[in-house]
Design a protein around this ligand. Structure first.
Ligand SMILES: C[S@@+](CC[C@H](N)C(=O)[O-])C[C@H]1O[C@@H](n2cnc3c(N)ncnc32)[C@H](O)[C@@H]1O
Length: 203
């Protein structure tokens, strides 16, 4: 409990500032526009990369400790922010009410990523866009077997994080078409770094 509440949020904030992740944030996040829902905003590390095309941000985060960190980081945001302190499996927003959904390195930790993606699909306008950056299942059999072996231990240490989720399949199964996808390893240990970065639309 002490680890989950006091140690892990600071460790996570530190780890998620890794330069390679920041480069991906800088590449993907400026495409968000209009009313944006960020799912699992964590400590708010995407906030500096939102452009002036964002008119409002719904910031969803179930961890009160991470939400407090994100709030601190949000003081200079040039758009209004509404904080949603809930899990993504049930999003308290109306159907077709947001222009962009952003989810970065969060689907790996969700209890039910299929249900959460279904909710993201429901709240997205028909012409809206999903922007995602996630790590997950490698296409290489050797790496996959390590991902499967490590996940039961890793998820206990890393806030429920699964190393072996096939993110593109999960996203498609929830009713999205993938419009762009770059999937590759970023520098670092291979079981942790196979990264899916892309955009999707409602089918
Ligand atoms: C590795 S962190 C990533 C944080 C942030 N998205 C980033 O890019 O730095 C995983 C995040 O997923 C959140 N999370 C875990 N389960 C969730 C759920 N069911 N719904 C929404 N967010 C969840 C965690 O609280 C945490 O903020």
């Amino acid at each position: 409990m002490i680890y989950a509440r006091f140690v892990f949020p600071s460790l996570l904030d530190f780890a998620m500032k890794y330069e390679e992740l920041t480069n991906l944030r800088a590449k993907m996040i400026p495409a968000a526009r209009g009313v944006v829902l960020e799912v699992g905003i964590g400590s708010g590390l995407n906030l500096p990369f939102y452009s002036s095309s964002v008119t409002k941000l719904y910031a969803l985060e179930p961890s009160p400790e991470l939400l407090t960190k994100a709030r601190t980081r949000s003081s200079r945001a040039p758009f209004p922010i509404e904080w949603l302190n809930t899990a993504a499996e049930l999003i308290h927003l109306p159907d077709s009410s947001v222009d962009t959904v952003v989810v970065t390195w969060s689907l790996c930790s969700m209890h039910d990523p299929g249900a959460a993606l279904g909710e993201m699909n429901r709240v997205l306008r028909p012409d809206g866009r999903l922007i995602f950056i996630e790590h997950g299942l490698s296409p290489d059999a050797g790496v996959q077997s390590w991902q499967n072996r490590l996940t039961p231990v890793w998820r206990r240490l890393a806030g429920g994080c699964h190393l072996n989720r096939k993110m593109d399949d999960l996203i498609r199964s929830a009713g999205f078409s993938i419009a762009t996808l770059e999937a590759a390893y970023i520098p670092g240990p291979r079981p942790l770094t196979y990264t899916y970065a892309g955009t999707g639309t409602r089918t």
